[in-house]
Every structure is written in C-alpha cells, then in structure tokens.
Design a protein around this ligand. Structure first.
Ligand SMILES: C[S@@+](CC[C@H](N)C(=O)[O-])C[C@H]1O[C@@H](n2cnc3c(N)ncnc32)[C@H](O)[C@@H]1O
Length: 397
C-alpha cells in the first residue's frame, strides 16, 4: 500500500529502532528490524498499553510514558500509527503550517508528521520528560531541529508556550485530561479554547483521538461545546449544528484509512495478538475565533461516515453533510455510468449527488441520479470556484 508519506514513514522506522535500543543501553542489533527476542519483549509492553489505553482504559491519564518498557513499546508500535494518522489528516489542511506546537506530544509522532508535512519550526510539549528526551533523540537521529518543553494543563506553572502558531496539534491526549467522567468535557473545551487563542488567522487546531465509541463521542461533545461558542470546524464536519451522531447513544463518528503498515508494527501486532489493519481515528480540525465555516462547493454534498452497508440488491452508506446525517441508498439495478461511483465509496469520501428521493429516514438515488466525487478521504474539500471579477478589464476582442 503506497501513500504520499510511505517513504517518510519507512525512513523513520530504523531511527525509532536505533533510539529505542540506545534508550535501553544497547549498542548492537540488526539495522531497521527487531530480533525475535526484541519482538517478544516489546510486544509484552504493547499488549499492556493496548489493554490499558483502549479496553480497560486504566492507563489513560496515568504516567505510562515514564515507564521505560511502556515508553519503548509506545515508540515502536504506536508512534508509527500516530504519525500516519497525523499525515492523513494534515493532508486536509487548507495551507502548509510553518510554526507548529504539538501538545501531549509523547515521543513526537505528530510533531514529526507536521515537520515532514512542511512545518519549519516545531515545538513538542508534554509532561513526560522521558518522552521528550526520546523526541529529542529522534530529532538528532533525523538531523532535524525540534524544540521541546514541559507542559501540563492540569498543573499550575506549565502554561502554554509564548507565541502564535499556524498549527497546534493534540494527538490522543485530550481523552486523557481532566478525568474519565462527563465532568471532563467542559475543561477540555476550555483548554481547546485557550489553545485556539494561540493560533494565527487562517491556522488550525488539530485534535486526534482514538476511534473508540467513548473517546469519539466525547470528542464530538467537546466539538458541540465549541461550536456553541461560535467556533468553526474545518474538517471533517460540514454540518454546522450539534453533531447528529450524538442523537443515538450507539452512534459515533470515526475515520478509517488504509496505510503503509511498517513490518515492525505488523510483527508486534501479531506477537501481541492485536488486529491492526486499517488506521482508525477520530479527528477534528478547528478554526480560531472569528473565522467562519469553510464554504462548501456547489451541489448536495455528503461525507461518507460509515463503511459500505451492502444489502439485498442495493448499496447503502450513512452520509453527513450540510443538511445533517442521512442514510443514502441506491439499488443495483439503477447503476449507470453517472452514478457508478456510489458503489465504490470509502469512509471519508465527500460526494455530490443529484435527483434524490426521500425514503424512510434517508434518501434514495435512482437511474437519473449523478454521483460525483468532490474530495477523496484524506483530501480537503475544495472551495467553491471563484466568481469572475466583474471589475476586471474584459479581454480585447
Ligand atoms: C497516548 S499518548 C499520545 C502521544 C502522541 N501525541 C501521539 O499522538 O501518539 C498521550 C500523551 O499525553 C501525555 N499526557 C497525559 N496527561 C498529560 C498531562 N496532564 N499533561 C501533559 N501531557 C499529558 C502523556 O504523557 C502522553 O505523552
């Protein structure tokens, strides 16, 4: 599987292994791969992290980055995952960020993703000194400059750094802040509001979270609090009201993308008994105060927010667009050249459709419908075409 960032990720793998070995006081080992003994050792940490951060959640907010074994497992398994997730979402930003701050950086996967996506001056901030030390070691290994600093929003005296940024990222950290109950939602929104205050006009705050039902829904609830306070979402939402995925307790919204999974990650997943095929994450790109929602291009637009829901003789998805969250369906027998696209959509694609008919609680398309790809998953939705400038001098005949 080849993505725009495959080569970059490939270059990071030997650096991660070299920095991990050095952090464990080892000088020997095959370049760019782990020995079977190392795989076994790291996989035990990966298993513990996976249980603690996803299934049981008792590690969320705990100091696991300060345990060298768990930090090592994070570096070799979760770092490449977060890096790839961030590269995917960074592809949707309207402009290349130069001045970047990565909060809750850990050993820096999102910081380095932003750097590889064009960030010139990048600062990584976390409360874990051990994680920041590894981030600096990785920068040295890559021959890059990375500033680091201590930051803990839950502790006085470690405020946000000075300055204004083009992009501030928070990768898988928001869900670890202010506890595990609904009481955490308001302080999380308030934190994001103060972070948004440090973003330049035209810049963005990017929040990545695990694609679990609870963490995704909590991100959507925080989104709603910010939308209520007048903030605009750049991606993935096109609906400007309260998130419709929150209406039913069983719904949530996440992205899923194919990715160039490195061999080491594959080996560790297998040894830890985990399934890790597609990249799954929830994300939000927010605009600073005073900026309006991106104007969508013309047409009746929907982002595909479900997997393919094939039924008897028909294709279905859930779409979410400027008019809300809607079931979209088309019967196989109505397939034409103009709507063929509908039968091959991926979660995250944005389409424009015509000639629809209300059916149940969704809409159906027929033979006369057109289905046009507006933006493939991972690409930004293009703005509407510019009106010709009426004041411009007409060309000479
Ligand atoms: C799951 S890791 C994410 C690391 C990296 N951003 C990524 O996307 O892979 C969560 C990070 O949040 C940090 N963190 C948790 N609570 C924090 C707090 N109160 N202040 C600062 N950082 C915190 C942890 O130290 C850890 O590095």
């Amino acid at each position: 599987m080849s993505n725009a960032y495959s080569k970059d990720l490939e270059r990071w793998m030997p650096r991660l292994i070299a920095v991990w070995r050095a952090s464990r006081g080892r000088t020997e080992g095959p370049e760019g791969r782990l020995t079977p003994q190392e795989v076994k050792e790291v996989a035990a940490g990966v298993k513990q992290l996976s249980l603690g951060l996803t299934r049981e959640r008792q590690l969320a907010g705990a100091r696991y980055m300060d345990d060298p074994r768990l930090l090592g497992a994070y570096l070799l398994f979760y770092w490449p995952v977060s890096y790839a997730q961030a590269r995917q979402v960074l592809g949707e930003l309207p402009s290349r960020p130069r001045h970047v701050l990565d909060l809750g950086s850990g050993p820096g996967p999102v910081a380095f993703a932003a750097m590889d996506a064009g960030g010139g001056e990048v600062t990584a901030a976390d409360r874990s000194k051990a994680a920041l030390t590894l981030a600096r070691a990785l920068a040295t290994e890559a021959g890059e400059a990375l500033a680091t600093r201590e930051w803990d929003p839950m502790k006085k005296g470690t405020e946000l750094p000075e300055g204004q940024y083009d992009l501030i990222t928070l990768g898988h950290v928001v869900n670890e802040l202010y506890g595990a109950t609904d009481e955490a939602l308001k302080p999380r929104a308030a934190l994001l509001e103060s972070v948004l205050g440090k973003v330049k006009r035209g810049g963005s705050v990017l929040v990545l979270e695990p694609a679990l039902r609870e963490t995704s829904r909590n991100l959507l609830k925080v989104r709603d609090l910010l939308v209520e306070r007048g903030y605009a979402v750049r991606a993935p939402c096109m609906y400007r009201g309260a998130c419709p995925a929150l209406v039913k307790e069983t719904d949530w919204c996440h992205a899923e993308r194919a990715w160039p999974m490195p061999r080491v990650v594959e080996e560790l997943a297998k040894a830890a008994g985990l399934h890790k095929e597609a990249l799954k994450m929830s994300y939000l790109v927010l605009a600073p105060k005073g900026e309006s929602w991106p104007e969508p291009p013309p047409g009746r637009l929907f982002r595909i927010v479900s997997e393919s829901l094939e039924g008897k003789g028909r294709q279905r998805y859930i779409g979410c667009g400027p008019e809300g969250r809607v079931g979209l369906a088309m019967q196989d027998k109505h397939r034409t050249e103009q709507n063929e696209r509908f039968f091959h959509l991926q979660r995250g694609d944005v389409i424009a459709v015509t000639q629809t008919e209300a059916k149940g609680d969704g809409i159906a398309m027929g033979e006369g419908s057109e289905v046009r790809m507006v933006a493939q998953a991972g690409r930004g939705v293009p703005p509407p075409p510019r009106e010709p400038d009426a004041s411009a001098t007409p060309p000479k005949a």
